[in-house]
Design a protein around this ligand. Structure first.
Ligand code: LMR
Length: 322
């Protein structure tokens, strides 16, 4: 569902730019092979002038060959009543195999964006199984959470959502995520100058953003698709276009050498900026008050536990106790 929205955005130039030709390689499974052919037919019939080629396959070692961007969306989705941790083992195996395949055949500077949940730990599994690719090139998607947070702050402040900037999501793409209203800005000033109600920020805004994916699953009977595709496009544009002064974007990336004292070897969402060259730097100096520190620690603890649970999928792990 997500991919079906996304491929048409990519093919029409909304993601990589109106002057950037694209070649799509779609990875399916035995079960989805025929459906993939249907997607390819629709792409052909859309006459997208930038679309140079559509390749289909079910072998990641063929489909990922020379990839510059790998958008790793496929995974068993969370159904009603399921927690993300239920998916750890089910989906971890997929990301181990895809990490190994990318390591063998992708472009040496390929950027990987993991969307399938639990995306932070899936990205960790992928990167640990791809020792020849840059670890920093692995991202897990928290841009959807950032967009949700911007929307909620804008609604509360009675402003348009483009006025909300510097909106960082910290941590795991799970209910422990931390939408950072402390450093967020509305019309260039701290959001709390518009929203004075700290109780609302802590007790309504924060859980609303963190639980939105689950609430949506209950309503739809499936997880978000269109808004996820939009946020993937936003994420890619954040890396391919320069970040505006005083703004940031959220991305979950490897914590090695991070400026916030977070445990290393986790894929954890932090504030980033880019020159627009596909790379990024983590922005140091965000103000961390006691509330943020405590919440960020809880998300870090959750990711440490997830890492323990997937020790059997990490080649160099000494931890295998879940
Ligand atoms: C979402 O946030 O909507 C998705 O990641 C679905 C989920 O499992 O939370």
């Amino acid at each position: 569902m997500i991919s079906n929205h996304l491929v048409f955005m990519i093919a029409s130039g909304d993601v990589f730019g109106k002057d950037q030709p694209v070649s799509l390689s779609l990875l399916g499974s035995e079960r989805s092979r025929t459906a993939l052919e249907g997607v390819a037919m629709e792409l052909e019939d859309s006459l997208c002038p930038l679309l140079r080629e559509v390749r289909l396959g079910i072998d990641p070692r063929k489909v990922f060959r020379d990839a510059d961007w790998a958008l790793l969306i496929g995974a068993k989705p969370r159904g009603p009543g399921m927690e993300r941790r239920d998916l750890l083992d089910l989906n971890g195996q997929i990301y181990k195999e895809q990490g190994q395949a990318l390591n063998e055949v992708a472009s040496r500077n390929c950027k990987m964006l993991v969307v399938g949940n639990p995306c932070n730990t899936n990205a960790l599994i992928g990167l640990e199984n791809a020792p020849d690719l840059p670890r920093r090139n692995w991202h897990a998607l928290t841009r959807l959470d950032e967009n949700r947070a911007k929307c909620q702050l804008a609604l509360k402040a009675g402003k348009f959502y483009t006025s909300v900037t510097n909106m960082c999501i910290w941590g795991n793409h799970s209910t422990t995520q931390v939408p950072d209203f402390v450093n967020a800005k509305i019309e260039g000033v701290p959001a709390r100058e518009y929203i004075h109600d700290d109780k609302w920020l802590k007790e309504e805004f924060t859980p609303t953003v963190a639980n939105r994916g689950g609430v949506l699953i209950k309503k739809w009977g499936r997880s978000s698709a269109a808004s996820t595709a939009v946020s993937i496009a936003d994420h890619i544009r954040s890396l391919t276009q320069p970040t505006k002064e005083g703004d940031c974007f959220s991305t979950a990336v490897i914590t090695d050498g991070n400026p916030y004292g977070l445990a290393e070897g986790l894929v954890y969402s932090m504030p980033a900026r880019s020159k627009g060259d596909g790379d990024y730097e983590i922005i140091p100096g965000f103000h961390m008050n006691d509330w943020l520190i405590e919440k960020c620690k809880a998300s870090e603890d959750e990711l440490l536990k997830e890492r323990d649970c997937v020790g059997h999928l990490l080649p160099n792990a000494t931890v295998a106790q879940c």
